[in-house]
Ligand binder design. Structure first.
Ligand code: GDP
Ligand code: GDP
Length: 438
C-alpha cells in the first residue's frame, strides 16, 4: 500500500505539532508492543476525508538537535517538496508574518505541488478578522483553524480531501510475487555504491516517473533466476549535489520509501557502527512492519575480530530487531551481494508466510501447557485460541478473557515461542489480544 503523505511546514511555534496531533490524534495511541522502540511522534497515519494518509510534522524532523530553529524553514520546505503529496503551510493567525513565513511561501509558490495555507490559533470568530494580515502575503485562500480547540478542522479536512491524490499504487501497479526492496541508511553508508553494484548492467526500468510526487525509479533485476525490484528514491543514483548529505532527509525519505517496500535493507557503515540515525530508521521499519535485512557495509575496512565486534554491537544497539538477519557487505569490492539477495528473498517469503489455524493451535496448546499466562489481579487470564489474521507482516490474534491483563513479559514470551517454532526470520510479527465475541 502506498499512502499519500501530507507534510506540515511552518516556522517554530505556529502550532505544527498541535495540528499534527489533531490530524493524527488517536492513531498515535496505538499500543506499543515492543520495549526499547523509540516511536517517532512526528509522523503517523490517519484517515482524512476518506483517504488513508501519512501525516508528517516536518518541523519535528531534525534528529540532530533539540532546537527547532536548527532546521531552517527552507530545508523543511525542500524536504516536503521532495517527499510529500500535499503540503500544509501553517501560519500564525494572531501575530504578523515573520521573514520565515515569507520565505516558506516564496519557496512553495515556485512549484506545482498542492499547498494549503492555514492560519492557526484562531480560537474564536472574533480573531478570524485578525488573520486578514496574512492576505498581505498574496495568498488567495487561507483556512482558519484552532489546532488547540479544533475549530476549522472539518473545513480543513474537506479541503485536504479535494487535493489528496488517489492512492498512487493505482496508477503504478506493483509486480506480483516480486519483492520490492529499498536501501536505507544515513548519508555515506554506501547506498548508491551498493545499488550500482546490484544493478550492474542488466537492468530494466519498470517504473519511471520523473516529476511526479515520488521521483523514483524502480528497477527490475534478475539474479540467478530470481527477480527483485529495487526502489530508488530521488537522488540515490543521480546523487551529486551536497543536499543529499542532510541527515534529516534520510529519515524523511525512509518514511516515504517504506510505503512501497516489502523488504528494507538498512545499511550500517561498519566503520561507524550504529548511530542515532540508524536506530531511528530501524524503528520506522519496525513500525511500518516491513521485512528487514541489516547490511553491515564497508567490511573491507575491518579485520576479522573487528567484524565480529561490529555485529555484536549492532545486536546490542538494535536489540528490538533480534529477528533481523545481518549480512556483511562490501559494496566497494562486491562482497556479500548474493548473500544479501538470498537473505532479502527469504525475509520476503517469511513476511508473506501464513501458518494454518490447526497447526498454530497445536503449538499454542503446548505453549499453554508448558507456561500458562500468570494471573494478574483476581481472575485468571485464559487464552482460548489463536489465528493468523494477516500477512505482510504476519499478525496473530489471540482470543482471551482479559485482553488488558496479558502481562507484557508473557506477550514477549508468546512472540518468542512463535518465532522459535515457525521462524519468521527477517520480518516483524504482531500478536494482538482480543476478547471473545459475545
Ligand atoms: P510548533 O513549534 O509549530 O510545532 O508549535 P506547537 O504545536 O509546539 O505550538 C506552539 C505554541 O502555540 C504552544 O504553546 C501551543 O499550545 C500554542 N498553540 C498551538 N495551537 C494553538 C491554537 O490553536 N490556539 C492557541 N491559542 N495556541 C495554540
Ligand atoms: P550513500 O550516501 O549511502 O549513497 O553512500 P555512497 O554509496 O555514496 O558511499 C559513500 C562513500 O563510501 C563513498 O566514498 C564510497 O566509495 C564509500 N563506500 C561505499 N561502500 C563502500 C565499501 O563497501 N567499502 C569502502 N571501503 N568504501 C565504501
Amino acid at each position: 500500500m502506498h499512502r499519500p503523505l501530507i507534510a506540515i511546514v511552518g516556522r517554530p511555534n505556529v502550532g505544527k505539532s498541535s495540528l499534527f496531533n489533531r490530524l493524527v490524534g488517536a492513531n498515535l495511541a496505538i499500543v506499543q508492543d515492543q520495549p526499547g522502540v523509540t516511536r517517532d511522534r512526528h509522523y503517523g497515519s490517519s484517515h482524512i476525508a476518506g483517504h488513508e494518509v501519512i501525516v508528517v510534522d516536518t518541523g519535528g524532523f531534525d534528529p540532530q538537535s533539540e532546537d527547532p530553529m536548527q532546521m531552517g524553514i527552507a530545508q523543511q520546505v525542500r524536504l516536503a517538496l521532495e517527499e510529500a503529496s500535499v503540503i500544509v503551510c501553517l501560519l500564525d493567525g494572531i501575530t504578523p508574518p515573520l521573514p520565515a513565513d515569507y520565505e516558506a511561501i516564496q519557496l512553495l509558490r515556485e512549484q506545482t505541488k498542492p499547498v494549503l495555507y492555514v492560519a492557526n490559533k484562531i480560537d474564536s470568530p472574533k480573531q478570524a478578522l485578525g488573520f486578514s494580515d496574512l492576505y498581505s502575503l498574496g495568498i488567495d485562500k487561507i483556512y482558519p483553524v484552532s489546532a488547540l480547540h479544533g475549530h476549522g478542522m472539518s473545513d480543513l479536512e474537506v479541503a485536504l480531501g479535494k487535493i489528496i491524490p488517489k492512492r498512487e499504487t493505482e496508477a503504478f501497479p506493483k509486480l506480483e510475487d516480486v519483492p520490492y526492496v529499498s536501501l536505507l541508511g544515513k548519508p555515506n553508508a554506501g547506498k548508491s555504491s551498493l545499488l550500482n553494484r546490484l544493478l550492474g548492467h542488466e537492468q530494466q526500468l519498470v517504473d519511471s516517473r520523473p516529476g511526479t510526487t515520488v521521483d523514483a525509479i524502480d528497477t527490475l533485476i534478475e539474479k540467478r533466476g530470481q527477480q527483485y525490484v529495487f526502489i530508488d528514491t530521488a537522488g540515490l543514483r543521480k546523487k551529486s549535489s551536497k543536499k543529499d548529505t542532510i541527515e534529516s532527509a534520510s529519515v524523511f525519505q525512509a518514511i516515504r520509501t517504506l510505503e512501497r517496500s516489502d523488504v528494507a535493507v538498512l545499511l550500517i557503515d561498519a566503520t561507524l557502527g550504529v548511530v542515532e540515525q540508524d536506530s531511528k530508521i530501524a524503528s520506522l521499519i519496525e513500525d511500518r512492519g516491513c521485512a528487514l535485512v541489516i547490511g553491515l557495509n564497508k567490511v573491507d575496512l575491518l579485520g576479522r575480530e573487528e567484524r565480529k565486534k561490529a555485529i555484536r554491537d549492532i545486536r546490542d544497539a538494535l536489540a528490538f530487531l533480534a529477528w533481523a538477519p545481518i549480512v556483511e557487505l562490501s559494496a566497494k569490492e562486491g562482497r556479500g551481494t548474493n548473500k544479501l539477495l538470498d537473505t532479502a528473498r527469504h525475509a520476503y517469503l517469511e513476511h508473506n508466510k501464513r501458518v494454518g489455524t490447526a497447526e498454530l493451535n497445536r503449538f499454542f496448546e503446548k505453549v499453554l501447557a508448558h507456561h500458562p499466562p500468570p494471573t494478574t489481579g483476581s481472575r485468571a487470564v485464559r487464552l482460548y485460541y489463536v489465528t493468523q489474521a494477516q500477512t505482510r507482516p504476519p499478525a496473530f490474534v489471540a482470543i482471551t478473557n482479559r485482553p488488558k491483563d496479558v502481562h507484557f513479559s508473557y506477550q514477549r514470551y508468546v512472540k518468542n515461542q512463535i518465532r522459535k517454532h515457525f521462524g519468521f526470520e527477517g520480518t516483524p510479527i504482531r500478536v494482538y489480544y482480543r476478547p471473545k465475541k459475545k
